[in-house]
Design a protein around this ligand. Sequence first.
Ligand code: NAD
Length: 296
Amino acid sequence: MRIAFIGLGNMGAPMARNLLKAGHQLHLFDLNQSVLAELAELGGQVSASPKDAAANSELVITMLPAAAHVRAVYLNEEDGVLAGIRPGTPTVDCSTIDPQTAREVFKAAAAKGVDLGDAPVSGGTGGAAAGTLTFMVGASAELFATLEPVLKQMGRNIVHCGDVGTGQIAKICNNLLLGISMIGVSEAMALGNALGIDTQVLAGIINSSTGRCWSSDTYNPWPGIIETAPASRGYTGGFGAELMLKDLGLATEAARQAHQPVILGAVAQQLYQAMSLRGEGGKDFSAIIEGYRKKD
Ligand code: NAD
């Protein structure tokens, strides 16, 4: 299949590599020339603009940092995706953005005869490289049926959440909970340590008791509990606190618009914000525990 892939960063580049491996012909666009050169060596074709990439393709995929980039890439009248795309071309945005923007871009696409869906992912850069991402898809049933086989070449769980925007809703609700649960586990682990229990013993108890959650049993923030967790390698190479802060911002803003309280979410947002201010936003988000520990 001829696929336009726009946005080839930490997530997009490994996703595109998996599509190349699966035998698709990719029309690539990014502002970063070096990633384009690298993917061209693997057989991708470099396009001059999102418009050109879309014009040459039977499917368009985007993986961009935030809502402003998504708007620019789709809506720019000169060289945006919608300026070049043929009516009827299935299109999916995998960036994590607010549901309102997803619906706004969907409307602009629909006006051009294009069905656009949102499919944010979870699974991180490791999942993108391994092709094991979870895709949370907000799309019409027809578009979902078209997208599913291609998304399967980049992911393991492809979930149809409902109409456009619901993929983003699922993603921001999950990350709201994740941001909060990581702080809860951090408080419990640090308190246990301060009171004198061995942290391995405490983690073992939590992970076989009612406090168990992903933040405790797979991604525990205390160093050395889970060998593969970022905490055991200096909080590097995971899900950056800055990205968590972005997702909590999306959740609290969506909550504001819905007049829905997210009290713990707002506190969590402020804690990650303080981490960012201390210059630690590049660390994995589980480093939030450092705010609860005396420096060694
Ligand atoms: P990134 O910053 O590494 O990559 C974004 C890419 O988009 C860059 O290569 C950048 O040059 C390109 N770009 C920006 N503006 C552009 C434009 N106008 N035209 C073309 N290209 C443009 O970000 P990432 O880590 O790949 O994340 C992408 C999205 O996935 C984000 O919304 C993020 O929240 C989400 N996400 C990230 C992770 C993660 O672990 N990194 C996990 C799940 C979801």
